[in-house]
Design a protein. Structure first.
Length: 231
């Protein structure tokens, strides 16, 4: 096993690339917790790492037979809550659980039905403003949204959901005071990197389009939510 810190492999003139066939291609994307409404009016919660934003739309990839995909097919409201790195163990408590009963045969061994995933994870449901599924109170960013399109992917095994965000809630400690900007020095997503959890490392630089000031141009920030002092 490689013991170097992530991203610090030495730059070498002649790097050897191996041809490999990994079973999964989870190359490091943020984890979100998706709340949806079950048929009986109760709520489901599932960790998802295949999620990315395109303007005000969040595109989500879901296993076709999971309860989340099932719910969104008929009840399109959802909340996308983003946990901080310190919350990885609550996320992992959800990993072997499904809201689908009976458990589909396509679920991995050890997966079991759980009707109250909020309680099982030790997380708290908080009422949303525009949709029925609750937000996850502990998550610093919560997006109320509606699935405007749900379609099958090319393999047939997944559903691709286009969810349009209708309201954004952000913990006041990660918002640049007096603005609508998330402070990137105070917020870190929880990253799922080939089935291991990471936070972000120190900032390397920023886009020419950033609308938030450089860290050296503003007063010292509060400690980040994961307990580290932002750079
Ligand atoms: C960190 C993490 C990321 C995951 N990402 C996805 C994903 O992107 N898409 C997916 O369908 N399942 C993903 N899963 C697996 C689902 O959470 C799992 O299948 C769960 O049983 C779904 O719950 P549901 O059947 O109640 O919807 C992920 C699990 C974990 C722990």
């Amino acid at each position: 096993m490689n013991t170097a810190s992530p991203g610090t492999l030495p730059a070498e003139a002649a790097v050897t690339h191996l041809e490999i066939e990994p079973s999964i291609l989870y190359f490091g994307t943020p984890v979100v917790l998706v709340s949806t409404e079950n048929q009986d009016g109760s709520f489901n919660l599932a960790p998802i790492s295949s999620a990315w934003a395109l303007g005000q739309t969040v595109v989500i990839g879901l296993g076709r037979e999971g309860q989340t995909a099932y719910n969104l097919g008929s009840r399109p409201d959802l909340v996308i809550s983003l946990p901080a790195p310190a919350q990885w163990s609550a996320v992992e408590r959800l990993a072997p659980l499904t809201g689908r009963n009976p458990v589909p045969s396509t679920k991995p061994n050890g997966c079991r039905f759980e009707p109250d995933k909020f309680a099982a994870a030790g997380l708290t449901g908080e009422p949303s403003h525009l949709v029925r599924p609750p937000r996850v109170a502990e998550c610093p960013i919560q997006l109320e949204a509606r699935a405007e399109r749900v379609r099958q992917d090319v393999s047939g095994g997944f559903a691709i959901v286009e969810a349009v965000v209708r309201k954004v809630h952000a913990d006041s400690r990660i918002v640049v005071p007096g603005t609508d900007h998330i402070d990137p020095a105070a917020w870190s997503p929880l990253i799922y990197n080939f089935r291991h959890y990471f936070g972000l490392g120190p900032e390397l630089g920023h886009s020419y389009r950033t609308q938030t000031p450089r860290s050296s141009e503003r007063p010292a920030a509060e400690p980040a939510l994961d307990g580290t002092v932002p750079n």
